[in-house]
Design a protein around this ligand. Structure first.
Ligand code: ZN
Length: 126
């Protein structure tokens, strides 16, 4: 399943990940071959374990307070190729094969809008 061969000593165990005060870790989801950044969501330890063991992405919904498996209802599943952790062990990068689209809006990726620096002319504080 893994594209990269990790030495056992290089791996970071789930219990050693640096979850925030709410027990969550930010997770970036990226298309494994095009390196397209698809979405960002939150995992807790159980979601990380489910993702690694099932080969599908699992997240913790802060608003609904429940686990959800990406594509469970939409069919836009993400097949996991690799789960990586950054140098600080506080952010995950999950390389996937995205079926269909990643964003609930119907866009391929959640990152389809640029941020603009223009100030509103009606801004009362300017
Ligand atoms: Zn989205």
């Amino acid at each position: 399943m893994s594209e990269h061969q990790h030495e056992a000593t290089e791996g970071v165990r789930v219990e050693d990940l640096r979850f925030d005060a709410k027990g969550l870790i930010a997770t970036v989801i990226q298309q494994h071959d095009t390196r397209e950044v698809l979405m960002v969501a939150w995992m807790d330890a159980e979601a990380v374990r489910r993702t690694v063991t099932t080969g599908r992405t699992w997240f913790w919904s802060r608003s609904r307070q429940e686990y959800w498996c990406k594509g469970e209802t939409s069919g836009n599943i993400q097949t996991v190729h690799d789960v990586l952790v950054d140098c600080d062990a506080d952010t995950l990068l999950v390389l996937v094969d995205q079926k269909g689209v990643a964003c609930h809006t119907g866009e391929r990726t959640c990152f389809y809008r640029p941020v603009i620096a223009e100030r509103s002319e009606e801004a009362p504080d300017e």
